[in-house]
Design a protein around this ligand. Sequence first.
Ligand code: TRP
Length: 335
Amino acid sequence: MNQSQEIVVSGIRPTGNLHLGNYLGAVKNFVQMQHEFKCFFFIADYHSLTTHPKPADLQNSVKQVLAEYLACGIDPNVCTIYYQSDLPEIPELYLLLNMHAYKGELERVASFKEKVRTQPNNINVGLLTYPVLMAADIIIHKAIKVPVGKDQEQHLEMARTFGNRFNRIYEKEIFIEPVAFNYGNQLIKVPGLQGGGKMSKSDGDNNVINLIDTPELIRKKILRAVTDTGPTEPNSIPTAPVQNLFDLMQMVSAPNTFEHFTKVYADCSIRYGDLKKQLAEDMVSFLIPVREKIAAIRADEPYLARVAREGAEKARVSAKTTMDEVRGAIGFRKF
Ligand code: TRP
């Protein structure tokens, strides 16, 4: 198969704002992929219902995440971007796959077990069948590549299982096996500000820099970032929190700025206050263009509505083609 015909599908959960880690670690890859493959990106609004959002909040978050992806360079003229809930074929395939998905296998999924532990008061069936819905998202377009992180590997395995099972039961080769896909640079680790591992909201809002954070907030967060008491011996290896700041600097500052601070760290003359001030200004400059773009796109409701409508139309052509085969295989009338 020609590389350009390979199909990529990825779902984006509409939870909160994108941060620098999402941008450099994931969204930039989507932007690259759209030029190399046939890409379907969608806002997973059905999946977000497992937490029972209020209608106004749901509306706002799906539009916000759409605006952020567009601002980052996802181009609706190059790929297909849509809201999951605009495709009635998805819940239809989900229902059909559910008939051959077993309670026991779904109960063994790590993400489900985690929910059972962390939210014992809301273990709804939507959570249990989350992997079935995700499988429907992927195999309905016959995707071969799915750009997701390690935490989604088990869900992807289930998508292969459900697709293969359907093929076997109905003795047809309708679905193909999707595999996880990432460019090597997906592995770049964007660290957080609180001294820990990667930039992630689970460690609080002060650990992350959101694309829409104001310059004042960015400065405040960086000036409060965790450091240590400073190097005492020349050429010592920075502690993790300080190394994190250097890593961030390498991502957003000019090379000679980074070299300067590396040098003053090595000779122990560094002042962390200066490092943070410089990093904050460079971070602000790095993010201003995307922040302004997000605001402009988010304010243009007719544009967002048009992108969503046209995206859904394109996606439904692909989804309907598969559903015709599926309905035929089951013994239903084709539409
Ligand atoms: N489960 C994914 C996540 O939590 C989101 C998602 C839903 C998805 N459907 C998908 C990802 C299909 C890839 C393909 O991030």
